[in-house]
Design a protein around this ligand. Structure first.
Ligand code: URP
Ligand code: ZN
Ligand code: ZN
Length: 458
C-alpha cells in the first residue's frame, strides 16, 4: 500500500520545508519535492502542515479511581486522540497493593487489545515495593515498559514513602528504566483537606486551596534530590506550579538530568475556574490543581527555554453526572482528572504558536519529538523521516473550530474549554500508514493499534 502526501509543508522539530511524503505500508519511505510516483492513495496537503503524529505520554484510559472509572476506554480514548492529531499514547497501568507488576501489565494489555485505534505503550504505577517487585521491574523494562510512575501523594492509595522511592530510583540506575514522579506532598495535603472538611469547607474550590503550590514545589525538589543522590534521571509529570518549575530549572542549571512535562489545562485554565457557580468547579478537579493565571507566563517561558520538555494531557475524564457528582457534598470525593487527549494539539498550536509563545518547530518537539526521545520511541516515532513509522497528521493551520463536548469525541459529558475558539485543526491522520481520520471523519478500526515496546535510556 502506497500513500503519497503531496504539496504540504513538512514540519519536524528541526525543519520546515515544502515537500511530498511517500508512505509504503507502515513506514515513511521517501521525502522529496514534486515526487512523481504512482500511489494507491494521494492526499493533497496544499496549504497544510504535515506533522509527525502527536505523542501523548500521559493518559488514563479505563482507569479505576476514587470509586469510579475514567469514562474513556482504549477505543473511545484513542479514537478521540486521533481526531485531535495524536497517534500514540502512553497510558498508566496500575499495580494495586498485593499485586505483581506482571498482573498489572496483563490487566492493562487486556484493556487495550482489540480496542486501541492507534499505537500505545504503558508506564507502570508502583504502589508497593518489595524485593520481588524490584526484580519484576527489571523484567518489565526488558518487555518495553521502560518507565514507572511513583506518587508522593494520595496517602493509602498510591503514595510511596521516600525509602521506597529511593530504592526504585536506584533500581532504574541499573536496569535502564526511568521514573516519572507525581510530585505533591501527600502528608501536608491530607492535613489541609481534613482541616477544611472539619471547617465545613466542602465546595470544589477547596480541592485547590488544600493543595498549595509550595506542596508541589517541595515534592518536586525532594524528587529531584532523591534522583540526584541515586545518580539517575527523573521526569516530573503534570507540573502545574511556577514554584515547582523553579526547582526543575535550578536542577537543570546545575546540569542534572531532570525533565518535566506540563499540560494544556495549566496553560489555559486557572484557579478562577474553581470559582464558577454551583458545582461547576468540579470539572477542573485534578491533581495538581489549576494555579493562578498570573503565573502561566512562567510555564510558557519554561516551555520556550526547555526547562519543560513535554506537553502531555493527563487525560483522565470523568462525567459530571454520577462521577464528579460523587463529591457534591465533599470535594475530596470528586474523582480527580479531566478530559484533554483530543484538544491538546489545537490548543497548543493556537495558544502557543499562533500567539507567538513558541515556534512551529518547538510545537512539534513538545508534542511529539521530545516525548518520543525521552520515552524510548525515537526515531521510530516523533519525526517524519525515511524509515520512521508513518504516523502522520495533516494539520490545517487556518481552520477555526469551537471546542464543545457535543462535537468532540471524548466519552465525557462536558469539556473544560467549552465554547473556546481555536485556530489550527487536524484534517487527516495516518497511523503506521493506515488512514484513521480522513477529512475530519473516522475511518480507522478498533484493534488496529499495537503495543509499542519502548527502549531503555541510552
Ligand atoms: O487528577 C489527576 N491528575 N488524575 C489522574 C491521576 C494522576 O495523578 O495523574
Ligand atoms: Zn499524577
Ligand atoms: Zn495522570
Amino acid at each position: 500500500m502506497r500513500t503519497l502526501i503531496k504539496n504540504g509543508t513538512v514540519v519536524t522539530a528541526t525543519d520546515t520545508y515544502k515537500g511530498d511524503v511517500l508512505v509504503e505500508d507502515e513506514k515513511v519511505s521517501t521525502i522529496g519535492s514534486s515526487l512523481d510516483i504512482a500511489a494507491d492513495k494521494t492526499i493533497d496537503a496544499s496549504g497544510k502542515y504535515v506533522l509527525p503524529g502527536g505523542i501523548d505520554v500521559h493518559t488514563h484510559m479505563d482507569m479505576p479511581f476514587g470509586g469510579s472509572k475514567s469514562s474513556d476506554d482504549f477505543e473511545t480514548g484513542t479514537r478521540a486522540a486521533a481526531f485531535g492529531g495524536t497517534t500514540t499514547i502512553v497510558d498508566f497501568a496500575i499495580q494495586y497493593r498485593g499485586q505483581t507488576l506482571h498482573h498489572a501489565m496483563e490487566a492493562w494489555a487486556k484493556k487495550a487489545e482489540g480496542k486501541a485505534v492507534c499505537d500505545y505503550g504503558f508506564h507502570m504505577i508502583i504502589t508497593e515495593l518489595n524485593d520481588q517487585v524490584e526484580g519484576e521491574m527489571d523484567a518489565l523494562v526488558r518487555q518495553g515498559i521502560t518507565s514507572l510512575k511513583l506518587f508522593m501523594a494520595y496517602t493509602g492509595v498510591f503514595m510511596l514513602d521516600d525509602a521506597s522511592i529511593f530504592k526504585a530510583l536506584l533500581r532504574t540506575g541499573k536496569n535502564g528504566g526511568s521514573i516519572c514522579m507525581h510530585a505533591e506532598n501527600g502528608g501536608v495535603i491530607d492535613v489541609l483537606v481534613q482541616r477544611a472538611l472539619a471547617e465545613g469547607k466542602t465546595a470544589p474550590k477547596y480541592h485547590a486551596l488544600t493543595r498549595p503550590a509550595r506542596a508541589e514545589a517541595e515534592a518536586t525538589h525532594r524528587a529531584i534530590a532523591l534522583a540526584e543522590i541515586a545518580d539517575v534521571p527523573i521526569y516530573i509529570v503534570h507540573l502545574s506550579a511556577a514554584e515547582a518549575l523553579e526547582m526543575v530549572t535550578e536542577a537543570r542549571d546545575r546540569g542534572l538530568p531532570a525533565n518535566a512535562e506540563t499540560c494544556p489545562q495549566y496553560l489555559f485554565l486557572s484557579y478562577d475556574n474553581y470559582e464558577e457557580p454551583g458545582f461547576n468547579g468540579a470539572k477542573y478537579v485534578m491533581s495538581p490543581p489549576l494555579r493562578e493565571k498570573a503565573k502561566q507566563d512562567q510555564l510558557w517561558r519554561g516551555l520556550a527555554f526547555n526547562d519543560l520538555q513535554v506537553i502531555s494531557t493527563d487525560h483522565c475524564p470523568f462525567c459530571m453526572k454520577e462521577q464528579k457528582e460523587l463529591g457534591l457534598n465533599d470535594f475530596s470525593k470528586i474523582p480527580n482528572g479531566a478530559p484533554g487527549v483530543e484538544t491538546r494539539m489545537s490548543l497548543v498550536y493556537d495558544g502557543g504558536v499562533r500567539a507567538g509563545r513558541i515556534s512551529l518547530n518547538r510545537f512539534v518537539e513538545l508534542t511529539s519529538t521530545s516525548p518520543a526521545r525521552i520515552f524510548g520511541m525515537f526515531p521510530r516515532k516523533g519525526t517524519i523521516a525515511p524509515g520512521s513509522d508513518a504516523d502522520i497528521v495533516v494539520f490545517d493551520p487556518n481552520r477555526t473550530v469551537t471546542l464543545a463536548a457535543k462535537t468532540l469525541h471524548m466519552n465525557v459529558d462536558y469539556n473544560p474549554y467549552e465554547g473556546r475558539r481555536v485556530t489550527g485543526a487536524t484534517d487527516t491522520v495516518l497511523s503506521r500508514g493506515r488512514l484513521v481520520i480522513e477529512d475530519g471523519k473516522f475511518v480507522g478500526r478498533a484493534g488496529a493499534g499495537s503495543f509499542v515496546k519502548r527502549a531503555t535510556r541510552s
